[in-house]
Design a protein around this ligand. Sequence first.
Ligand SMILES: Nc1ncnc2c1ncn2[C@@H]1O[C@H](COP(=O)(O)OP(=O)(O)OP(=O)(O)O)[C@@H](O)[C@H]1O
Ligand SMILES: [Mg+2]
Length: 477
Amino acid sequence: MNKDFNYLDEKPALEEIIEHYFEAIFVADSNGQVMLANPAAASILGIPLDKLIGANVSHLVSEGYYDRSTVLEVIKTKKSVMEVLNTKHGKKIVSNSHPLFDDNGNIVMVLSTGVERDIIREFTTTLEREREAKDKYRNEVEYLRDRNLEKDKIVAKSSLMRNVLLQANKIAATDSTVMLYGESGTGKEVIAKYVHRYSHRKNAAFVTVNCAAIPDNLLESELFGYEKGAFTGASNKGKPGLFEIADKGTLFLDEIAELPLFLQPKLLRVIENGEVRKIGATNDKKVDVRLIGATNKNLKKMIADNTFREDLFYRLNVIPITLPPLRNRPEDIVALAEMFLQEYNIKYRFNKYFGPGIVNDLLHYNWPGNVRELKNIIERLFLTTQGDEINSYETGITMPVKENIVKRPEGVDIGKSQYSGNLKEVLGQVEKQYIEQVIQECNGSINEAAQKLGIHRSVLFRKRKGHDDANKQHVVE
Ligand SMILES: Nc1ncnc2c1ncn2[C@@H]1O[C@H](COP(=O)(O)OP(=O)(O)OP(=O)(O)O)[C@@H](O)[C@H]1O
Ligand SMILES: [Mg+2]
């Protein structure tokens, strides 16, 4: 504050402030006689201003303008007092009175302010509501973090995957529930986000909940939220559920087969009525959410085993989409491997590339972990290769696990249609094929393969290099 400010000099300004202040202000002397009051005080108490000024508060009480006086209590107790008063006109006023003392400790005046309780209530509820909204958005932001939907590039070179995308694209605009099936790592979440991105809901939240990751007893409150004080340990503010957070957007129920049986009818009710009820609440709330479920389990079998409700299954299974396993889409294996390699090149500022042998390795593995496994293996190959050319046999990574190798027929098939050229060329082709087969059987270990083939490892390297060069020439031709 300005040090030169002297309130006596500024008296007209102060009077102006008091006159226009929105709270009721009045000042009484030590006998309770009103010395000063503003129009807000007159209006809140329902007493004309000229009658209020000069009146004694004890008379105002006895005349029934209001039921108790904080000024009188301050005079009696010499302490600040805050009380709720009831006025003649049925208003409730939160009144605050403070004593001002002289040097001898005697009260010289009492300063009072008052506000209608309903105004405070309204203000606090608005504040609470704003806080709740802020919490909701904070939750939403947390759920959306690291889920940059635009960032995801989807590889779909194979006709199988193209069909999936086409199907997803066609139904994105509807509000129908989608069920995504497929082995782990086939891209169910990728497709769920794709559906959201191409729907009219794209600007609202995409919320993922992994039913397997959240303990059963917490899942209900995560999904539906709870009212304040709904149970011991509940936050006293209550909590919005994920359905509410996903309102106008998409809720992705991942691993939906893990939804506990006791929650299944509750989910069914939400789907059927479009309303959720928070734990501890007495009424339902409308929500507008598109549901996408995903599982790698066989729900039909679970229904037979009584671990998944049939009625819920039919409600969810409106648009079923099945992601094909990676081993059935070789075009995607190569394209995805290239894409991941480029991502790592950019990330680590390298210019690595696949040597000719590796593509063959990738194509002959059966990828039980699908795209996720491919991504991990490319990263490992990338990080463990010294030079720019990535070769599985150089890195020592034993990628193709024996039991996962797609079994080729025993022996070498030299049927007419498979080989062409002069004897030397055919022998070269047979040699190449057999060498690659043995290397795979030895889980990519060159030392072991060389031993099995009865040649020195340097000879094996040379031979493979020769095959690769021959391949390149073949491509150039
Ligand atoms: N077609 C694709 N194009 C690009 N990336 C893909 C594709 N399919 C899957 N991915 C990537 O593979 C990884 C696994 O995919 P996602 O999480 O969608 O699989 P999922 O089927 O949900 O697996 P899970 O059943 O284990 O949850 C992710 O990193 C994802 O980005
Ligand atoms: Mg997933």
